[in-house]
Design a protein around this ligand. Structure first.
Ligand code: SF4
Length: 335
């Protein structure tokens, strides 16, 4: 049994024209000490997936189908009180905007001690000592003084370290990180990434890493799942995905990433991710794919690849389909 098992997850938004599936048929596993990156452009459903796992979906969005199991325990259908036993404890999350994620009117120590009170079993004195120790473990200087500070007295990088200390306070087995370095400048970003790598090594944490930054993903994760318009389109181990991306969308993402090794300038993917109300049947990347063919008006199945647990949802993997689709793939633009 994997540590986290997500199966056929659907997240639905009610609208005047009926419910819309913003995330559809999502399935993946994360084992103990494993690390999976969920990558894709903004608006593809990555963050909603993370919030669904943590039981923190906005009220308008609901889980309409599927299963989320943590250590074999089904979370879908749990009350908020039951979910709270896992959230912040065995499953913790760090968010994109570190300063906005902290309570501005509470001292740093108080915020860490709140987590320790919920998920630890020591008394008040133990919690005070532990809060300072956690600030030290995430590399903050003068942790005793910092524990008495308010969030506005700290830089963005320091706030992210505090959030990490809060996440570690519950002794998690799984850390979900939603673009935790996006709001930081490049040098602080690199320091936070080094810290995360070290923490993962020391504690044997499993990661679910949400990102659009493929460079960061290649440093931190073992496997990558690529998401487009609410669906997973490709999953591979990190080396094989970077060495041989198979889905046209994954190839587009890589071509759009700046690289010091490549001479060529990054090239963008034409068009944009469709809004959920514009999702249609068939491959959702069809309107942006230069290799689209008639068959792509149907839903592509997951074609297995050479590596274990690796697959891609694209008809180009089906040789009989590619010959049938010659008319569109020979230059005619996909409609
Ligand atoms: Fe989708 Fe077809 Fe392009 Fe593959 S070839 S990504 S199935 S539109």
């Amino acid at each position: 049994m994997p540590l986290l098992q997500v199966r056929d997850l659907c997240l639905t938004l009610p609208t005047r024209n009926g419910p819309i599936a913003v995330v559809e048929g999502l399935s993946f596993d994360i084992d103990e000490q494993d690390s999976l990156a969920l990558v894709g452009e903004s608006g593809c459903g990555k963050s909603l997936t993370a919030l669904a796992i943590m039981g923190l979906l906005p009220p308008a969005i609901s889980i309409s189908a599927g299963s989320i199991q943590f250590r074999g325990r089904e979370l879908v259908g749990c009350s908020d009180r039951q979910w709270r036993r896992f959230r912040g404890g065995a499953m913790a999350m760090v968010f994109q905007e570190p300063i906005a994620s902290l309570n501005p009117v509470l001292r740093i120590a108080t915020q860490i001690e709140e987590v320790l009170a919920l998920h630890g079993d020591g008394d008040r004195r133990w919690r005070k000592r532990q809060a300072v120790s956690l600030l030290e473990q995430v590399g903050l200087p003068d942790p005793a003084a910092l524990a008495r500070a308010y969030p506005h007295e700290l830089s963005g990088g320091m706030c992210q370290r505090v959030l990490l200390a809060m996440a570690l306070a519950g002794e998690p087995d799984l850390l979900i990180a939603d673009e935790p370095t996006t709001a930081l400048d490049v040098t602080v970003q690199a320091q936070i990434l080094d810290l995360l790598i070290e923490i993962r090594r020391q504690r044997g944490l499993a990661f679910l890493w949400i990102s659009h930054d493929l460079g960061v993903v290649s440093r931190l994760c073992d496997r990558v799942a690529v998401m487009y318009a609410g669906k997973l389109v490709e999953q591979q181990p990190v080396q094989t995905l970077f060495g041989n991306p198979r889905h046209p969308y994954t190839r587009g993402l890589m071509a759009a990433s700046p690289s010091l090794e490549q001479q060529a300038l990054p090239t963008g993917i034409p068009g944009r991710v469709p809004a959920p109300e514009d999702f249609t049947a068939g491959c959702r990347f069809r309107d942006r794919c230069s290799q689209a063919m008639e068959l792509c008006f149907e839903d592509p199945p997951a074609f297995p690849l050479e590596s274990e647990d690796a697959w891609v949802r694209c008809f180009l993997m089906d040789t009989s389909a590619t010959s049938a689709g010659e008319a569109l793939s020979n230059g005619e633009e996909a409609k």
